[in-house]
Design a protein around this ligand. Sequence first.
Ligand code: RTP
Ligand code: MG
Length: 134
Amino acid sequence: MAIERTLSIIKPDAVAKNVIGQIYTRFENAGLKIVAAQYKQLTQAEAEGFYAVHKERPFFKDLVAFMISGPVMIQALEGENAVLKNRELMGATNPKEAAPGTIRADFAESIDANAVHGSDSLENAAIEIKYFFG
Ligand code: RTP
Ligand code: MG
């Protein structure tokens, strides 16, 4: 099994709900270590840059507006198969379709306010970790 790193963001809705600790416990119980963390208010430029792959999508403007609507908690997670493991813990993008017991099923309100971000590939994980942690 490969030890990987992935980027996770606890989005403004979940930070506002005060569930950072509950989400961290899920990472830890799944064997993922928090090896870097940063609590911050994203600027519009940072949010646009982070989600640049989606800039032609109809939801891009709303996504950026949501991501800057309040502070976020950004972390690098490390562990066996971290990228896929984190995506499994998160659940489907739309919380209505997320499996019971996943972070989005338990904490997300809607496809826009969906509690967490997680890198979708090892390649993107490296890019995203560099984006926030250098
Ligand atoms: P994320 O990047 O935030 O981890 O989410 P994801 O991989 O599950 O989903 P992705 O396709 O990368 O989309 C990024 C975020 O854009 C919002 N979205 N809205 N209205 C829509 O159809 C729609 N589709 C995506 C979601 O908030 C999603 O997390
Ligand atoms: Mg994505």
